[in-house]
Write a protein that binds this ligand. Structure first.
Ligand code: UDP
Ligand code: MG
Length: 330
């Protein structure tokens, strides 16, 4: 089998599960018979993930270590890894073992059958509680709002061929939602189904707030519908108000109310109208703000991440092939 495989893993405080992650990864990669580089992107971990990675790297020269200058977030860490990946195919996956490394050979098989983008689709998920229904609601909402199609059960876990990886690398947007961008670039895409496990150790490192923010990024960077909806809402309310005004004018001329009641000018309706319209205006302004804030972010065009240090054992290709007898053994 030819070609090198790059596997990109963002790491944020994952020290406890790094050893088991590495073991499972190694087993999966060895089964493919491809040479590979395992790119671990340390996203400003505050535990001893970095030491762990150094230790692993001493054992296995296929490991590439990227150290970001601070915690830049999941998407940025993935982008950093993608940026330096040199493989014929690039696998993006989470490091918490929610994305099973055992699926990698299947992704590769689909790629070898001609797919350029292979998305791992969750057949089921193990998460429970608010996170589960928030994600479910998000995917439903996104499917409705997005101007581009998105496989609704696909997360980060995927394989990209050289061309697709190169196109994703060209995307410079700061507010990124990689599954959306991956759908946006096109290419021959297939999916491989798997059962999503519970996080192997500890709790999710994305706070619920960050997850929400991620959802907003996804919606606002792939859809104009929220703004269009607010226009529709505005039109609807304006029409309703106009009809109301017409009724009042008629009542005024007839001198009696609609249902033959005396015409009484009440506060209730006035206050209701003012508050309601005020609320609608605030919502619409907020929506516009969401877009403008993102425009501001993009216009500043700051880097997506800053790499503080990178350590790659050279030469990375032939020498480290597992089937090469000259390969450096641990
Ligand atoms: N991660 C990261 N930077 C962060 C948060 C998370 O690199 O600021 C990594 C984390 O180590 C894991 C992956 O991104 O490999 C997914 O994170 P997590 O499981 O905490 O999020 P969730 O699965 O809830 O989306
Ligand atoms: Mg996770």
């Amino acid at each position: 089998m030819t070609g090198m495989l790059s596997i990109v893993l963002p790491i944020f405080n994952e020290a406890e599960l790094l050893p088991s992650l590495y073991e499972r990864l190694r087993a999966a990669v060895d089964r493919t018979g491809m040479s590979c580089e395992l790119i671990f992107v340390d996203d400003g971990s505050r535990d001893d993930s970095l030491d762990q990675l150094r230790r692993l790297q001493n054992q296995d020269r296929r490991i590439v270590m990227v150290e970001l200058s601070r915690n830049w977030g999941h998407q940025a860490a993935l982008s950093a890894g993608l940026g330096i990946a040199r493989g014929e195919a690039v696998v993006l996956m989470d490091a918490d073992l929610q994305d099973p490394p055992e699926l990698i050979p299947e992704l590769i098989a689909a790629w070898q059958e001609g797919a350029q983008v292979v998305v791992a689709e969750r057949r089921s998920r193990a998460e429970r509680g608010p996170r589960r229904w928030l994600t479910a609601a998000f995917y439903r909402l996104f499917a409705y709002l997005s101007d581009y199609p998105l496989p609704d059960r696909g997360g980060i876990f995927c394989l990209l061929d050289r061309a697709a990886a190169a196109e994703l690398r060209r995307m410079s947007e700061v507010n990124r939602y990689l599954p959306g961008l991956r759908a946006w670039i096109g290419f021959r895409t297939t999916t491989v189904a798997y059962d999503r496990a519970e996080r192997a150790q500890g709790r999710s490192h994305q706070s619920l707030l960050r997850l929400l923010r991620y959802g907003f990024d996804a919606v606002f960077s792939f859809s104009y519908k929220p703004m269009r909806l607010s226009i529709l809402l505005g039109l609807g309310i304006a029409g309703f108000a106009l009809a109301g005004a017409l009724v009042i004018v008629i009542e005024r001329f007839r001198g009696v109310g609609l249902f033959n009641q005396p015409v009484v000018v009440g506060y209730t309706s006035t206050i209701f109208a003012v508050l309601f319209l005020g609320g609608v205006q605030l919502i619409s302004l907020g929506l516009i703000g969401e877009y403008i804030g993102r425009i501001y972010d993009e216009v500043k065009s700051r880097p997506l991440y800053i790499i503080q240090r990178m350590h790659r054992a050279e030469p990375a290709y032939a020498e480290t092939r597992p089937d090469n007898p000259a390969a450096a053994q641990p």
